[in-house]
Design a protein around this ligand. Structure first.
Ligand code: SAM
Length: 277
């Protein structure tokens, strides 16, 4: 549909590390926007964006202890959408990938498109991308289940222990009010998660609490511990929990037979397909 509307919206990610993970395209959109909104949660990252465009405004002032994050996210989307309606070329920059565990970006994009303005999202470097690099986990090896910790507790999801589990927002696990801004309420949720994992893994199975480096010259934090100690870990708001796979599951000989394949042929296929990546 041809649009005569003047405003537009581009949503970009700044990466997890404030140094070097912003794409050239994201940088260019930030530089050329009439107004930039930032949801970056990091003063050094905010400064990096401000140096690219002087008309830059934080969205993080909307967070308040005791206020539901659902309200905060709706207000963030409102600010972004209103600036587009006012006729601006708006850039909204969120840390990491702007579409990974970021509801105001998706909400603003949807509303702006519905109003007939031009709008799109660019990909960015997410925490999961950093994790794959820092921990040497290739999703092609075991497959991967990636999900939000609290949502996982609340619903009847199934773990496949032969896949890597990447569990986001572990610092807020079990926190249903959406109104706390620290990771000091996680103990009951961690205990429940530990009990669920114990149905699928031995108590000595090694887990990883992971924090990608956010600042230049810093190293990632990689804490390894047995499942039996999960209840006593102290995650932060930027921790991600990784549960490595138990290994590969058994072959399904019935399916191989139907496809006219032998186990040996399939073994060769697997190693070749991984090498291609
Ligand atoms: C609201 S989400 C934002 C994710 C972000 N948009 C991305 O692309 O990675 C916050 C969650 O992302 C993960 N996360 C954020 N920063 C991280 C970091 N430096 N290292 C590891 N995980 C991180 C944690 O699971 C955290 O609870």
């Amino acid at each position: 549909m041809e649009t005569a509307q003047k405003g537009s919206l581009i949503i970009v990610g700044t990466g997890i590390s404030v140094a070097g993970q912003m794409t050239l395209l994201a940088k260019s959109y930030i530089e050329n926007a009439d107004i930039v909104f930032m949801g970056i949660m990091n003063k050094v990252g905010e400064h990096a964006v401000q140096t690219l465009n002087p008309n830059t405004h934080t969205l993080d002032d909307l967070y308040k202890e005791g206020k539901s994050r659902a309200v905060t996210y709706a207000e963030m989307a409102d600010r972004i959408v209103q600036a587009v309606i006012d006729g601006n070329r708006v850039c909204a920059a969120f840390y990491g990938h702007p579409g990974v565990f970021v509801s105001p970006s998706h909400e603003a994009l949807k509303r702006v498109k519905r109003l007939g303005f031009e709008a799109k999202m660019l990909p960015g470097v997410s925490a999961e991308d950093c994790l794959i690099a820092d921990l040497g986990i290739d999703p092609s090896k075991f497959g991967c289940q990636s999900y939000e910790a609290t949502q996982f507790l609340f619903r009847d999801y199934r773990i496949d222990p032969y896949m890597t589990q990447i569990i986001w927002q572990i610092g807020l696990v079990g926190e249903a009010t959406l109104s706390v801004l620290n990771a000091s309420h996680a103990a009951p949720g961690l205990a429940m998660l530990a009990a669920i994992l114990r149905e699928n893994y031995p108590k000595e199975h090694e887990l990883i609490l992971y924090e990608a480096a956010t600042l230049p010259l810093c190293e990632p934090k990689i804490q390894k511990f047995p499942l039996s100690e999960l209840e006593s870990i102290q995650p932060s708001l930027i921790s991600t929990l990784v549960v490595p796979a138990l290994g590969l599951p058994e072959y399904r000989h019935d399916r191989l037979t139907k496809l006219g394949l032998t186990q040996q042929q399939v073994t060769q296929y697997r190693s070749t397909s991984q090498n291609r990546r």
